[in-house]
Design a protein around this ligand. Structure first.
Ligand SMILES: [Fe+2]
Length: 362
């Protein structure tokens, strides 16, 4: 058993400015990596710029990270970072921005390499230091070493082989305030999915399970916000961002499992948000899992059964229509991914995947 999380985690409202010294200690010039709009809207970009300026640290901004980034974006940002002479990277945003930040930090240290380096299993992981500041409540990327890129030629997404933990993660839930409700809901389902898939996993240990179970407890405290039954307070936002971080720590130990694998071609083909796509498979994954584990998870999350959880998912994420063809394709791709199949603590065959995909009755 191993439990490893080499990230300084700072959590609380106003934490970016409160920890300006720790942020500035990462280098002498920052590359802030973010998406097009939300970091401006939620105030996080201003906070980071002010925190760095207060410590006399200049920053360049790359704000062109798209949803589900492709290698091309990483290369473009690498060139921009090199031309600006940056020596650390601040990832700011949802999973796409944080994943991109890690890979940009990697590629800046490998300035003569092409995009193939991103998927080279034998390549080293030398990177600039990274700070990660999430502004959605699902990815957990701020506390994992993994980065996911879109693979246009495979019509799917994939983890890159590089392992890059951020040096510091700054968790301030108030950046969630301006997120559209649907983003909040989808990303919160992603966080819960991480905790489910970490617990129902061959690599699960007492330590990772404890982390995931605490994450589910935090998540449950604010789940009425997702249903629109409760006006969110600052505490709710903080609970949700903490749940997301705890889910990140849990999957940093175990990885994710079948629902994530099944979701990737769906996200690629339908441009479906990640949380909505993985959530589609979670209730059926629980139905196929050992009863002791699934009932422990459902009880901790406050659901009486997998059906009750499925109803909740439909209420907060909608009822996505995915064609049978695409679901079959997702099953096929997952069957061809033995590493993912082996994450389940039970035997997985085609019949089972068809049931998890909703193509066969349980
Ligand atoms: Fe995820």
């Amino acid at each position: 058993m191993e439990f490893f999380i080499p990230v300084h985690v700072y959590e609380g409202i106003g934490i970016v400015k409160a920890r300006s010294r720790e942020l500035a200690a990462l280098g002498t010039k920052a590359l802030i990596v973010t998406g097009k709009n939300s970091a401006k809207k939620n105030g996080s970009l201003r906070d980071v710029e002010e925190a760095l300026a207060s410590e006399g640290i200049p920053a360049a901004v790359f704000s062109d990270v798209e949803e589900n980034p492709a290698a091309e974006t990483i290369m473009k940002a690498r060139d921009w970072g090199l031309s600006e002479g940056v020596d650390f990277v601040v990832g700011l945003g949802g999973g796409s921005a944080l994943d991109a930040a890690k890979l940009i930090a990697l590629m800046i240290c490998h300035k003569d390499e092409g995009p193939d380096f991103l998927f080279d299993k034998n390549a080293d992981n030398l990177s600039l230091p990274v700070a990660a500041i999430p502004t959605t409540c699902g990815t957990g990327s701020e506390l994992t070493a993994v980065s996911i890129l879109t693979l246009p030629e495979k019509r799917s997404k994939s983890s890159t082989p590089h392992r890059i933990f951020p040096k510091i993660a700054l968790l301030d839930g108030t950046y969630l305030k301006s997120a559209p409700r649907q983003v909040l809901n989808n990303t919160a389902i992603d966080a819960l999915g991480h905790m489910i898939e970490s617990i129902i996993n061959v690599k699960s240990s007492d330590f990772s399970r404890m982390t995931a179970m605490e994450g589910i407890a935090e998540w449950r405290r604010s789940k009425d916000v997702l249903l629109g039954k409760k006006e969110p307070s600052d505490e709710d936002y903080q609970n949700l961002i903490k749940a997301s971080g705890l889910g990140g720590i849990a999957i940093a130990q175990t990885g994710t499992s079948l629902p994530h694998a099944l979701s990737y071609p769906i996200t690629f083909e339908m441009k479906m948000p990640h949380g909505q796509a993985i959530g589609f498979f979670e209730a059926s994954f629980l139905r196929e899992s050992p009863e002791a584990l699934s009932s422990m998870i459902l009880e901790q999350a406050g659901f009486s059964s997998p059906d009750a959880f499925e109803d909740f998912y439909r209420e907060v994420c909608g009822n996505p229509l995915i064609s049978e063809d695409l679901l079959c394709q997702a099953v096929e791709m997952t069957l061809n991914n033995p590493a993912k199949l082996e994450t389940a603590p039970f035997r997985v065959d085609q019949e089972m995947l068809l049931r998890i995909a909703g193509l066969k009755k349980s």
